[in-house]
Design a protein around this ligand. Sequence first.
Ligand code: UDP
Ligand code: MG
Length: 399
Amino acid sequence: MADQEEGSEPQPQQTPQIEPPPTEQVPTNVEQPPQQAPPQRQDERGRNREFRNQRPRQPQHQGPRQQGPRREGQRHEGPRQEGHQPRHSGGLEISIVIPLYNEEQSLRELYGQIRDAMERNRNYEIIFVDDGSTDGSARVIQELRNRDRRVKLIRFRRNFGKSAALSVGFAQAEGQYVITMDADLQDDPEEISSLVDELKKGFDLVSGWKKKRRDPITKTIPSRFFNFITGMMTGIPIHDFNCGLKGYRKEVVKEVKVYGELHRYIPVLAHSLGFRIGEIPVLHRARKYGKTKFGMGRFWKGFLDLLTALFTTRYLARPLHLFGFWGLAFFLAGVGVDAYLTYLKFVDGISLSNRPLFIGGILLTIVGVQFISIGLIGEIISKTRTNADKEYSIREILK
Ligand code: UDP
Ligand code: MG
């Protein structure tokens, strides 16, 4: 597993645009205690805020929200260079990480919306991770960067997938809070400040919840199923695990290993390390340009990835606890069944030739032995892994 993780995290091949890390980084590993579990209530937009506390918030956005492009006239005014205002003494506050694959048409609009939304807090960077786009995405981002030095670009040599893109974006992010969002304009940048507000209340990861989802039914129904199963299996009380719009404290993104296609289950990975997970409803919009990058394969891959997420977060270090339990159960059931049939044969003289149960007993015994063996082999692999990930996460050390 660990090998796979290492191997499937491509390093950025061309990162000349990444600025050197600022020297005035603030240590972020000391957390405030979480607030009391907030009661459920509805706010002015009719949102459920069951994971929020009751502290009144500053109004973030005046007036009703609009969908689609906003305030066109305010974007791209001339070739003025931005991003040179002095950073706050606490270092960079927000990193916005955006994985993208062939989203050329959306990028300028997305950038404009982010700039508008972040008008009040300019202490941010936007890290575009171009996941091997074959259209003009990289060129558009270069243009944006020429105008605004807060824009950064990491380009993959080929398409490695959203998890790899997020993983590299996380590695490069310097902000105290890291926001991820999709590049296809389905996520609303106005939500960034809401996510950061929520993080400031003490959560480590705040997930967006596409409560009113603007996607075809072929996506929404399986997604509900996966969310229900994942919530049930993990006990994490959120509705939308795979929302692209999420906020993290910096230490979460530096610790959680996102590989394969596990971006769907980042809250599960973070939760297993002990991070506190929150959720807020977010506005979701229909895809404006292009089409979805995940086909029907998302369903069975999603299911297999759920297995991986559950297994690696619970049993990676003790595989025998899973396989040994079921192996022993099958083995004992098989032996019990066959012992009973053998008793019937010798005591009551009942023939075994027409007893399908006999075969069933043999099958259970064999499967049981195999499960136990797999568990033991797993234990050996787990013990001998040299580059194993640590199995704990430290909140703070007082010396
Ligand atoms: N994406 C990516 N690499 C991929 C597939 C997707 O970086 O291999 C990006 C994509 O450009 C978008 C985000 O991941 O910014 C979400 O993808 P998409 O909108 O296609 O997913 P959906 O909304 O259909 O779940
Ligand atoms: Mg999308």
